[in-house]
Structures are given as structure tokens and as C-alpha cells.
Design a protein around this ligand. Sequence first.
Ligand code: ADP
Ligand code: ZN
Length: 516
Amino acid sequence: MKQPLEILKNFYGYNGFRGNQEAIINTVMAKQDTIVLMPTGGGKSVCYQIPAMVFDGFTLVISPLIALMKDQVDALNSNGIPAAFMNSTQSQSEQRYVSQAVIQGKIKLLYVAPERLFSGNSPLLDFLKQANLSLIAVDEAHCVSQWGHDFRPEYLKIGDLRKHFSNIPFIALTATADKLTRQDISDKLGFKSPKWFISSFDRENITYKVAPKQQSFDKLLEFLESHQKNSGIIYCLSRKQTEETAEKLQHAGLKALAYHAGLPREVRDQNQERFIKDEVKIMVATIAFGMGIDKSNVRFVVHMNMPQNIEGYYQETGRAGRDGLPSDALMFFSVGDSITLERMLEKADNPAYIKVMKGKLAKMRTYGQTNICRRKYLMNYFGEDHPDHCGNCDVCFGRDNQRDMTVPSQMLLSAVARLNEAFGLGYVILVLKGSKSNKIQDEHKSLSVFGIGQHQTEVYWKELGAQLIKAGYLAEAGNTFPTLKLTTLAWEKLKKKDKILLASEATFTTTKNISQ
Ligand code: ADP
Ligand code: ZN
């Protein structure tokens, strides 16, 4: 029998397990029911895929993401792992073909949607009983809870499955669940005494920011300035708002697409594909977008409106920075939004549901209004302790009197470097602003940094230059003509793409309104 680590190396090409992965795999292989809470990007998939490879029989994976099943299965097959899916997009004969392959022991992982399992008189249940089933994995397990943000009634049927297959281990996985939802996962799935694995939910590389929702579109443009060439998702509340916002961004010269459940399937798939392939950097979407999308270089997630609850918010922001590099989560907040959401909730007909959801909404509102560290607030919401100060959210920046000036600083420092550290600040600024002055040497007009800072004023760049000198990123050298040089600290920061925080005493005035 192959060892889990060997499988990880041979089939996935990774050298070692991360976090709880190994312990989870061992528990599953000891045939114990297991519940895994791990943030997005934490590596949940191998927790059931590797046991699936070790067990004699096959593993049934229940997943709500029909649209992604084919991709997931293709990815497994291309790693040499025999997997298949069964869902309503297939013809009868295709489904028969798959079930034959499973019965013949040719398939290790079979993906199905929950509604598939229990349709009609459930031939699938009979089929499962005939086949050599070793493990059942329930992905996106929070969908079983009414108190979760994505309740799917079909998931409740999984509890029945538990009764039919009392000797087979189950593993339930989710990236988002508050305390109430956690308990529900165990109860509703009918787990007896499951082993829990709760990883830290902290995503250290994400900077959390909240901005008042006035002139939010102008603020959005300003924010996007600092994310040129980066991929990101902008969440809106309504379908109409996604289309309008995408259109306004296009008018402002930015490539953006809309995505919502009301668009024809082909358009949705095409837009998603273009985003994943980096052909279009900005996706303006309702929350219908993003579930299960494995795009590692999403650099920012913006919420134009306050979301309904922290679980949803955290899952959506968690789509940023899966590669571990610094990323931003910006939310526009207004009390008005929370009132609108409350009215929407009140239309539901279940008083218990309304009560719980209102409680969640109140916690979300507090997040927007709090003056405690946003990360601490989020972690505490998920029942995790956190120090008072993370140093990487707008509240902490404010307390330190610091501002995140990473992107403009990178521009200025790169310009100094591209000019071979042979010029003073005045000249560097002319280059950044793409000046037509005849002082600019011709060879500098073709530099990649030429004109990248044209949206900011000269005063802004002067202030920033002075701050970078003061903070030890730039040093002045030269006798007759002062020239700027990058310090070791600056090279380090550029190399590691680290954040650059500067004292906010300077105003960094932007006089030109970039939305015009
Ligand atoms: P989740 O489902 O928790 O969001 P995934 O299972 O999709 O996360 O894993 C996220 C990424 O991390 C994937 O690209 C996956 O291949 C990678 N990954 C998983 N386990 C490891 C590991 N032990 N070492 C390195 N990368 C890993
Ligand atoms: Zn903080």
C-alpha cells in the first residue's frame, strides 16, 4: 500500500504536508468521521483525495459546484488520478458508462451533486450499495446549515446517507463556519463523535480596509490605480449594479467584465474563463461568482456594499491572495446598506431564521464601524484569539499613524532604479509623470516607468520622496548634483514585494480627480 506522503510527492509534486493535512489524512484512514475547517487555499482537497487513493474502493465526493466538477475531475485525471463525475449535464448513457467504471473499480473519486443522490427512487443509492465504497467526502459542508450563508436543502439528505453507510467514514470540509454552523454540520450530517480539525483562519497576507460609502466609485478608481495590472473581484449586491459598475469601469478605460446568475450560461462561462486566464483583470460580480475558483493571483477583493454576514464576507475576501502574496480586501460601508439588508431579511417567512440572520447582520455592521483591529474582530468572530494589533488593517495603520503606500512607493523606487540611481528627485518625478520637458533624455522616454505616475501631482511625488528618504528607503548621494540611491531595505522590500508603510503626517494630496 502506498504511503500518503509518497502519493503527495508522486501525484501532486509537493514535498510535504501543510498544517493539519497529515493528521487529517491519518484520522480518515483510521475510518473516523472527520470535520475539517480550513481557510480557502489551505489545501482541503488532498485531505480526502489522498485517502481515496489509499483505500481499496472508491470515494464519493458530494459537492454543490456542478459547474466546476468537470474542471476538478480533469485536473485530477491530468495528475494521473482516476476520477469521474455524475451530474445532470450528462446523458443517460454517459452516466451508465461512469457507473460501470466505478463498479469495475476503475475510478477512485466520483463527484456528484447532492440533488443527484436522491432524485426519484434513487437508483444511485442502489448503485452505491453495489459498488465498493470506501469513503464519503462532503465538500462545502456549511451548505447543510440553515444558519450558514449558503443553505442547500439537498444537503440535509446526507444525514440519511450516513445511516445507510454506517461503517464507512465520512469527512466534511468547509472554509467557513461560525460556531452555530459548526454544530449544525455535525448534527445534520448525523456524525457520531467526529474528530474536528480547525485550522487558524487568519490570512496574514490580506490587508483589510473599510471606507465610507460616499463617492465610492471615485474611491474605487483611486484604489484600482494602486492595482494596475492586478487581478481582482468587485462584489456588488445586485445584478444590475454589476453591469452598471462594469460599464463605468470600461468608460474609465479599465477592462472589466460582469458576472451574475442572470447572464446566459455561455456568457458567464466565457467571462469566468477570460478572468481565470488573465485576459481580463477585473470581474464585477454578485456573490454567484467565485465559489471553488482556484485562481491564485487575485490581488484584491472589493465589496461595493456591505455583505449580509461575516462568513460570506470572509469567504469572498479569502479569494484574494491564495498564493500568499500581499493582497487587499476593501469594503465600502454605509449604515443605509445594513438597513436595506435588514428589510430584505424581514421578507423571509421563518421568524427563527430572521432572528439569527439579523444577529449576523448586526455583527457585520459592527465590523464596518469598529475601531478595534479588523483582523482581531474577524478572528474573534470565528472563535479564535488574536492579539489587539495586527499591523495590517486600516484600523492598525491609523493607530500607528501609518498608511499603506506600497504601490506608489514601488513606482518611485523602481523609477530611481531604472534611472541607474544617477538622478535627483526632480528628474525622477518628471519621468514618473511622463513629462514632455526637453530636459528628459530620449532613452528615458521608453522606460517602463515613464508616465506611470501621471495621475498624481508633482507635490504628491515630492512628499512621497521626502517620506521615503526619512523612512530609510532612499538615500541622497552626490556632491554637486544630489542623486537618489536605493538602500538595502528598499531593495529587500522590492524583491519580496513587501508592504511599504509610511507615516501619514504627510498629506499625499491628490489634486487631479482621476475619475474625470
Ligand atoms: P482549498 O480547497 O482548501 O481552498 P485546495 O485544496 O484547492 O484548497 O489547495 C489550495 C492550493 O494549495 C492548491 O493549488 C493545492 O494544490 C495546493 N496545496 C495543497 N496541499 C499542498 C501542500 N502540502 N504543499 C503545497 N501546496 C499544496
Ligand atoms: Zn489590525
